[in-house]
Design a protein around this ligand. Structure first.
Ligand SMILES: *[C@@H]1O[C@H](CO)[C@@H](O)[C@H](O)[C@H]1NC(C)=O
Ligand SMILES: *[C@@H]1O[C@H](CO)[C@@H](O)[C@H](O)[C@H]1NC(C)=O
Ligand SMILES: [Zn+2]
Length: 471
């Protein structure tokens, strides 16, 4: 049952637990400081060649830029390394936020990953300019200030610095530099939901896996080149496994897969389409869906489901979504993989609004906390939006976020030792819904409750065991 009262001009949605009379959860609207819709559009950034020119930066230059920026803007940036590439290059992450060193409780962390394919470096340069844009606009642009005051933005400009080092400017196609120094494609190197991935885990992939296991990212974009499209999960499909059993040689399988490329849709397909459209429509040309070459596909509205384009195993976006509930999409931002440097300014102009507006989508949907009866946060409570079988978990502060489009929803909340709960809430267009949920201790002795079989399973929320009540 949902009651709506208008109090002080605000819509307050109260949620009642089924079968009880106690009010244990509540949702309310947010204050205007958290609203982006009322703000003027972000202003165009006027690049200053003194700080950052439109040229490609090698690893030393990239490192120097990041160090100089973090020294110059200590209140807005923090620089950290999540590990090293095979050849020992740091995988730098720059946080840009008004709280660069500490997570802001209740506010989302988001990320961009560039250059996972070493020979696709437009994203790498775009991310350096995005950093420069943010720090130089914070005091003068209300939209940027709002975004940085309410979001921690983690930017990994290059996930594959070794591949970049052997790539050649002006090379539009081909595989040289695509792989890491051991010849692995990092976007085929993640655990896969549909298929066993037997590829040996690489240091760059392991660093990213470790990173996303420590920070609950709500939203993410991975930047590529070689096409102009926003591609969303799933990248893999259950059919590829099926075909493998049917066909005899892998060449034949590959042929079958090419002709059978069918969409592989997530239960959050509406959200993924929306996120992809936000990027494509704010881009200067992407949503026109013009093919890069006559031999390549044209994408309607500039978006596609990953598997419908071509299925792949071990991709990063499926991993982010299935394992950690992070909504990641793949942004293909240049037809030419490694275009000449003089085109970079144009790429920036095409992408700047998309890059900003996409991140702001982390503030759409539902967010809140799960508490125990004493008001203490419950970590690792599992939450599933009914009808959407990919779940997510609370942080150590009991926080959760989920991007959802306007509508009525039910969430199922579970935690070991507590009675499961179902809560209803409403999502509106204008601002996120705040939802706090209190779980009551389970009536039965759960001290001996069975442990999940594997750590992986616990994270891997598609499993039915999480639906089983504690008792
Ligand atoms: C939810 O809990 C947080 C953290 O205690 C609190 O700041 C916020 O006001 C609460 N929101 C609602 C809607 O009760
Ligand atoms: C950073 O913030 C502190 C405290 O608000 C302030 O005193 C200092 O001037 C700021 N530094 C810069 C470089 O903006
Ligand atoms: Zn790529």
């Amino acid at each position: 049952m949902i009651l709506r009262n208008t109090i002080a001009g605000q819509l307050v949605v109260l949620l009642l637990i089924y079968g009880r009379h106690t009010l244990l959860s509540s949702a309310k609207t947010v204050t205007s400081e958290q609203m982006s819709l009322a703000l003027p559009e972000p202003r165009a950034y006027l690049p200053d060649a003194q700080n950052l020119d439109f040229v490609y930066h090698d690893h030393e230059e990239l490192t120097r830029f990041l160090r100089a920026t973090s020294a110059r803007y200590p209140n807005l940036t923090a620089l950290y390394s999540i590990g090293k590439s095979i050849q020992g290059r740091d995988l730098w992450v720059m946080v840009v936020s008004s709280s660069p060193y500490e997570h802001m409780v209740g506010k989302p962390d988001v990320k961009y990953v560039g250059n996972i394919h070493g020979n696709e470096p437009v994203g790498r340069e775009m991310l350096l300019h995005l950093i420069q844009y943010f720090v130089s606009s914070y005091n003068t642009d209300q939209y940027v200030k709002w975004l940085l005051d309410n979001t921690r933005i983690h930017i990994l400009p290059t996930m594959n610095p070794d591949g970049y080092a052997v790539s050649k400017e002006g090379t539009c196609d081909g595989g040289q530099g695509r792989y890491n120094a051991r010849g692995f494609d990092l976007n085929r190197n993640f655990p896969d939901y549909f298929k066993q991935n037997n590829k040996r885990g690489q240091p760059e992939t392991d660093a990213v896996k470790d990173w996303i296991s420590k920070i609950q990212f709500v939203l993410s974009g991975s930047l590529h080149g070689g096409a102009l499209v926003a591609s969303y999960p799933y990248d893999n499909t259950p059919n590829s496994r099926l075909l493998k059993g049917i066909c005899r040689s892998s060449a034949l399988c590959a042929m079958f897969q090419t002709y059978s490329a069918a969409p592989s849709l997530t239960p959050d397909d509406d959200v993924f389409k929306h996120l992809s459209l936000v990027y494509a429509r704010n881009h200067a040309k992407m949503s026109r869906g013009v093919a890069c070459k006559s031999a390549t596909p044209a994408f309607e509205n500039g978006i596609t489901n990953g598997a419908a384009w071509y299925p792949l195993t071990g991709g990063m976006q499926d991993f982010n979504y299935v394992w950690y509930g992070c909504m990641e999409i793949t942004l293909e931002i240049s037809c030419c993989k490694f275009p000449p440097a003089y085109e970079l300014k144009k790429y920036w102009e095409d992408n700047q609004l998309s890059l900003i507006k996409f991140l702001a989508e982390a503030h759409r949907g539902v967010q809140g906390f799960v508490f125990d009866p004493a008001g203490m946060p419950i970590e690792r409570a599992s939450i599933k939006i009914k009808g959407r079988d990919v779940g997510f978990q609370t942080t150590k502060y009991g926080e959760f976020w989920r991007i959802l489009l306007p509508g009525y929803y039910k969430a199922e909340v579970f935690a070991e030792g507590y009675a499961p709960r179902e809560v209803e809430f409403v999502i509106v267009e204008q601002h996120p819904t705040l939802l706090n949920v209190t779980l009551q201790a389970s009536k039965y002795n759960v001290g001996s409750a069975r442990k999940p079989k594997k750590e992986r399973k616990q994270r891997h929320l598609l499993h039915d065991e999480l639906q089983t009540p504690n008792e």
